[in-house]
Design a protein around this ligand. Structure first.
Ligand code: IFG
Length: 503
């Protein structure tokens, strides 16, 4: 039996292929001869005393045990006893999310400056293993990992997607499954659109009718629903364990019919609006010059801030067609002060750029270059160009789900664009990152969410994480093609776009 350290152990073609098909593409990857083979004696080891690393290692090992049938014990210790070593090192060049992964025939060494880097290294390890590793049942293997060194650091800090919970409501369990796939592709922000004209989806204890009445229905009269604060905390914690920050959005002053239907006194004419199940936009507005409007905003922001570990709260601000311009600007500037008073920074859709705001407020670009002015005043931007990354846009005219007001967004369109040149006057240094909104006017089930999100969101995750240089659709589409087997193994209802040579 040749000793396992023989350097010229052949690497299996499958292992090499997996190493070539990673998404997001790593910043640097140097293959080496040989491979590490997972076996019944493989043991994982976490440096002593780091509970978060132990949790990440356990979360990585659990699905591997299920698919391989191997015990894969996780122990604490600093010697090199285990052949899977997870350690934190003092290497600031790896930043908060970067990692270095070294694979040899003898073992795997995963190092990072922060725990999130170890988490992201384990997502890469999952992709280095064959697709059946993602199955929930025992598979035959073999479980080869090609040798080599990967050093990987993300390009943008903000790599996200938005899920519209307001037009249609989605249960915690559905959102958790969605989070699983987002984390697998190293996305780290999930913006939840929690209120709109058609629904209010988060319990606010000081204004309880917002959820109980404002959350009672949905577009087309579909069942309503809302998250209790405990359910919301559970979602926030689930996401945080997968290095995803939940960013809550409460829409104001427009897109506010659900609130105006819940409390008569919030309306200028003291008359509660009816709940709304259509899909028009721009017809609602909070009463800008009423004192109780700001009590409402303050109470909602206070309770939401207490539920939000992330440093940001999103206050919407888009399509306030029923709010006079000067009143809108006064309102946005006053709300920013309320958000700051509750210890959070503010995010708003691009329309808020008209107001005079703190440079810490993030502008979310979606359909114009309005943010270019704000950038001159020091604002930073989240890019969400509707014509590129609105996941509710149809893939092609025959797509049953979705809309097409921003055009048809096929898989290539959502990948073949470059953030640093997307908006004139908005350079790389002005961009905190990108986010792909998925509006749910036409989506009812988790399968609908997955169909519209995948595979486009996978390419967007690559744009957010991978280096700009050499990024090209003709190369990427072949890597994406190999992920069909992974998505199928995870049970994801993705759209098998004819633009991709799926395997
Ligand atoms: N624009 C509206 C959304 C939604 C969307 C559907 C923004 C910021 C069209 N506002 O996108 O509420 O209706 O594609």
């Amino acid at each position: 039996m040749t000793p396992a350290t023989t350097p010229n152990v052949n690497v299996s073609a499958a292992a090499l292929k997996n190493q070539n098909n990673l998404i997001p593409r790593p910043q640097s990857r140097v293959p080496a001869p040989g491979m590490f083979v997972l076996t019944a004696t493989t043991a994982l080891q976490v440096q002593t005393g780091n509970a978060e690393l132990k949790r990440i290692a356990d979360a990585f090992a659990a699905p591997l045990r299920r698919a391989t049938g191997f015990p894969l014990p996780v122990s604490l210790g600093d010697d090199a006893r285990g052949n899977f070593l997870f350690t934190l090192v003092d290497d600031p060049t790896l930043g908060d999310e970067g990692y270095e992964l070294r694979v040899t025939a003898d073992g795997v060494a995963l190092r990072a400056h922060k725990p999130a880097g170890i988490f992201y290294g384990t997502q890469t390890l999952r992709q280095l293993l064959p697709a059946p590793v993602e199955q929930a049942t025992l598979q035959t293997g073999a479980w080869d990992i090609a040798a080599g060194t990967i050093r990987d650091v993300p390009r943008f800090v903000w790599r996200g997607t938005m899920l519209d919970i307001a037009r249609h409501f989605f249960k915690v369990q559905d959102v958790k499954r969605y989070i699983d796939v987002l984390a697998y592709y190293k996305l780290n922000r999930l913006h939840l659109h929690l209120s709109d004209d058609q629904g209010w989806r988060i319990e606010i204890k000081s204004w309880d009718r917002l959820a109980t009445h404002g959350g009672s229905t949905a577009v087309g009269g579909a069942p309503g629903g809302y998250y209790t604060q405990d359910e919301y905390r559970d979602l926030v914690n689930y996401a945080a364990e997968r290095c995803i920050q939940i960013i809550p959005e409460i829409e104001m002053p427009g897109h506010s019919n659900a609130a105006l239907a819940s409390y008569a006194e919030l309306n200028a004419d003291e008359t509660a609006r009816s709940v709304y199940t259509g899909t028009d936009v721009g017809f609602s507005s909070l009463a800008i010059d009423q004192a109780n409007t700001y009590q409402f905003v303050d109470d909602v922001i206070r309770e939401l801030a207490a539920l939000t570990p992330a440093p940001y709260i999103h206050i919407g601000g888009d399509e306030a067609h029923s709010t006079p311009d000067d009143a809108y600007i006064r309102f946005i500037e006053r709300v920013e002060k309320i958000v700051h008073a509750h210890g959070k920074q503010m995010i708003g859709w691009e329309e808020i750029a008209r107001a005079n705001l703190s440079p810490t407020t993030l502008m979310q670009q979606w359909k114009s270059d309005a943010v270019a002015d704000a950038v001159k005043r020091g604002a930073r931007v989240i890019l969400s160009p509707a014509s590129k990354v609105y996941l509710d846009m149809k893939y092609d005219p025959s797509t049953k789900l979705g809309l097409d007001w921003a055009g048809i967004v096929d898989v290539k369109t959502s990948y073949a664009w470059e953030p640093s040149t997307e908006i004139a006057g908005v350079a790389e240094s002005d961009i905190v990152g990108l986010e792909a909104p998925l509006w749910s006017e036409t989506l009812v089930t988790r399968a609908d969410i997955e169909y519209m999100a995948f595979p486009r969101l996978i390419g967007i995750a690559e744009i957010g994480w991978s280096p700009e240089k050499n990024r090209a659709w003709d190369e990427y589409k072949n890597r994406l093609a190999s992920h069909g087997a992974r998505l199928r193994a995870m049970g994801v209802n993705y759209f098998a776009s004819p633009q991709v040579p799926w395997e």
